[in-house]
Ligand binder design. Structure first.
Ligand code: NI
Ligand code: MN
Length: 237
């Protein structure tokens, strides 16, 4: 599978992706690196980071946000309340937003979209309100568009996301228990008229039982759909 779009997308395991953009920026979506059991050791060191997107406040999406935010001072995008929390922890360049909004970050258009999930932030043993969980449609400098769904169940308005933004590549959670399983994700592929899907949020720990093979089985009748199964650490470009 080749993109040939001057984009390199590396799956760091779970929902964490590192993306080298056509304009030479380094982006991380859902910074869970150091304690992420799926992330290969050699990829745990982050040398450069320009943009960080956070889908919600659960630890498996945000655990390294404060440390990386302080170390590299990337532009940090998240829902308003989560950004407020990150700022309170010393992260400088947060740019909070909400669903339906788009902001241009260093030449990249970031649109926040709905996700059907929760967003409490664990802070000192308490769960505090982090706003709502979200997904992102990201339009890179060359027009290539991805949709990272975050943690979510399938929802009917995925059809609106497909019609409005027409993403080229979609990252969908399939692990079950905390998110969609392959059953719901297969339905999501239909709602989204998906052409390229990277399954995520699977295989990290035993409780996540959904597999790319199952998603492939449940979507084999969809013409033109490619399920792109990456290994943690593998790069699609
Ligand atoms: Ni979550
Ligand atoms: Mn999660």
């Amino acid at each position: 599978m080749q993109l040939n779009r001057d984009i390199a997308i590396t799956w760091l395991g779970h929902s964490t992706f590192k993306i080298e953009t056509p304009g030479g920026k380094t982006m991380i979506i859902d910074p869970w690196v150091q304690q992420n059991p799926a992330c290969p050791e050699e990829l745990k060191r982050v040398d450069k980071l320009d943009i960080m997107l956070v889908t919600h406040g659960h630890f498996d999406h945000i655990a390294d946000a404060v440390e990386l935010g302080k170390a590299h001072k990337p532009k940090v995008v998240g829902v308003y309340e989560t950004c407020h929390w990150l700022a309170s922890k010393g992260v400088e360049n947060t740019s909070g937003m909400n669903k339906g909004g788009t902001q241009n970050v260093d030449g990249i258009n970031v649109t926040m979209v709905h996700a059907d999930h929760s967003c409490g932030i664990l802070d000192n043993g308490q769960i505090i309100y982090g706003g709502e969980a979200v997904g992102y449609v990201v339009e890179f400098e060359n027009g290539f568009k991805i949709y990272h769904a975050g943690d979510t169940n399938v929802f009917g308005d995925m059809r609106i996301i497909a019609e409005l933004y027409r993403p080229d590549l979609i990252m969908l959670p399939i692990g079950d228990l905390y998110t969609m399983s392959p059953r719901e994700a297969a339905y999501a592929c239909r709602l989204l008229s998906a052409k390229m899907v990277i399954p995520m949020h699977h295989g990290t720990f035993p409780a996540l039982t959904g597999t790319p093979a199952k998603l492939r089985e449940l979507t084999q009748d969809i013409p033109g759909l490619e399920i792109i199964e990456l290994k943690p650490g593998e790069t699609l470009k």
